[in-house]
Design a protein around this ligand. Structure first.
Ligand SMILES: NC(=O)c1ccc[n+]([C@@H]2O[C@H](COP(=O)([O-])OP(=O)(O)OC[C@H]3O[C@@H](n4cnc5c(N)ncnc54)[C@H](O)[C@@H]3O)[C@@H](O)[C@H]2O)c1
Length: 327
C-alpha cells in the first residue's frame, strides 16, 4: 500500500514507518521536524512540512498517490498541554481536521491515528476496556478524544474508515539499536531513568509516592514500539469504509514507577538516584490496558512482555546514541 505517515520523523512514527517499509509498503513521511529527527527517517521519502498546511497536504496526497494515512503528528507533552492548551488544540485538533479534509477531497478513506490512554478518566478497574468512561485529565488527552469524535463524524458523513489506537506507554528501541527515543525535553519514564543512572546524571524526580497503588507510585502499561508498529499494520489492513473502531494498545500488565526503577537498575547495573516530588497535574494512579479487543478481532499479541527485555533495548539505544540522533 502507498501510505502517508505524518509525524514519521518522531519516535513511534519513525519506528512504524521503518517497520511498514520492511513489510513491503511504500512510505512517504510528512513531518515539520518540530520535535522529530531527519535521521529517524531511514526508509521512505521525507517531506518537511506542516500537517496544518492545506496546500502541502493536498499536493502531497496527490504526488505520493496515497491510499492510506497513518497520523502520528501531534504535540505530545501532557504538562505542556496544561500550560499551553492553545498550542494543543491548534496542532492536534485543527491540524488533524485539515488533514482529514484533504484526505476526503482526495478520495482517501483509510486512516489510522495515534490516540492515547490519556482519553480515559481515573478508574478503580485493574484494566481498562475501550468502553470504560472517558474523562481526559489534561488538554492533551482532551484533544485526542476530540479527534476520535471528529473521525467518527467523518466516518458517518464521508465514509472514512478509521482505527483510533489508544496507546498506553510506548517504550523500547529497535533491537538492532538503529531507532530509539529522542525527545527534548524527555518526559518518558524509561529514558529519564536511563539518563539518571549515568554517572553525573540528574536525580530522578518521583512524582508522588502516595498514590492508591501497592507501593504508592503510579502504575502504567509499557508496550514495546515493535508491538505498536504491528498494531498499526493490523488495524490499517482492517479499515472498512464508513466504519471506525477504537483499540487499546497495551500488554495488559501494569508496572509501578518503583518497579521500573528497579528494572533499570538491574539492566544498567547502576543505581538510579531519586527524590520524591509532589504529584503532577493531569496524572492518575493507574492506567493499564485490557487489550482483548485487538487480540480477538485482529489476532494481535504483544511479543514483548518482559519489562527488563524492553528496558534492555532502550538501554542499548542510549549507549549507542548518547546524544540521541545528534541533531
Ligand atoms: N509515546 C507514547 O508513549 C505515546 C502514548 C500515547 C499516544 N502517543 C501519540 O503517538 C504519536 C507519536 O508520539 P511520539 O512519542 O512518537 O511523539 P514524537 O514527538 O516523537 O513524534 C511526533 C512527530 O510529529 C511531528 N509533528 C508535530 N506537529 C506536526 C505538524 N503540525 N506537522 C508535521 N509534523 C508534526 C514532530 O516533529 C514529531 O516528529 C503522538 O500523536 C502521540 O500523541 C504517544
Amino acid at each position: 500500500m502507498r501510505i502517508l505517515v505524518t509525524g514519521g520523523a518522531g519516535y513511534v512514527g519513525g519506528f512504524t514507518a521503518r517497520w511498514l517499509q520492511k513489510a513491503g509498503h511504500e512510505i512517504t513521511v510528512l513531518d515539520d521536524l518540530s520535535s522529530g529527527h531527519r535521521a529517524a527517517v531511514e526508509f521512505g521519502t521525507l517531506v518537511v512540512g506542516d500537517v496544518g498546511d492545506a496546500q502541502t497536504v493536498r499536493k502531497l496526497l496527490a504526488d505520493c498517490r496515497a491510499e492510506a494515512v497513518i497520523h502520528f503528528a501531534a504535540s505530545v507533552q501532557v504538562g505542556e498541554s496544561v500550560e499551553q492548551p492553545s498550542l494543543y488544540w491548534r496542532n492536534n485538533v485543527a491540524n488533524t481536521l485539515t488533514l482529514l479534509e484533504g484526505m476526503i477531497e482526495a478520495g482517501i478513506r483509510r486512516f489510522v491515528f495515534s490516540s492515547s490512554a490519556a482519553t480515559y478518566g481515573p478508574s478503580d478497574s485493574e484494566t481498562l476496556r475501550e468502553d470504560a468512561p472517558t474523562d481526559p485529565q489534561s488538554p492533551y488527552g482532551a484533544t485526542k478524544l476530540t479527534i476520535e469524535r471528529i473521525a467518527h463524524d467523518f466516518a458517518r458523513a464521508y465514509g472514512l474508515g478509521f482505527a483510533a489506537l489508544r496507546y498506553f506507554n510506548a517504550c523500547g528501541a529497535s533491537p538492532d539499536g538503529a531507532h530509539g527515543e529522542d525527545h527534548s525535553p524527555e518526559s518518558h519514564l524509561i529514558p529519564r531513568l536511563l539518563r539518571a543512572s549515568l554517572e553525573g546524571g540528574e536525580k530522578f524526580r518521583l512524582f508522588g509516592d502516595d498514590w492508591s497503588t501497592a507501593d504508592g507510585s503510579c502504575v502504567r502499561d509499557y508496550v514495546h514500539v515493535d508491538d505498536l508498529a504491528a498494531a498499526h499494520q493490523a488495524t490499517l489492513l482492517a479499515c472498512r469504509d464508513g466504519q471506525g473502531r477504537v483499540y487499546n494498545v497495551g500488554t495488559g500488565r501494569g508496572h509501578s514507577v518503583l518497579e521500573v526503577i528497579r528494572s533499570v537498575e538491574r539492566v544498567t547495573g547502576s543505581p538510579v538516584p531519586c527524590e520524591t516530588a509532589p504529584r503532577r497535574e493531569g496524572d492518575v494512579a493507574r492506567l493499564v490496558a485490557c487489550p482483548d479487543r485487538l487480540r480477538q478481532e485482529l489476532a494481535w499479541e504483544p511479543a514483548w512482555r518482559d519489562l527488563d527485555s524492553m528496558v534492555e533495548t532502550a538501554w542499548a539505544w542510549h549507549q549507542r546514541h548518547p546524544d540521541g540522533y545528534g541533531d
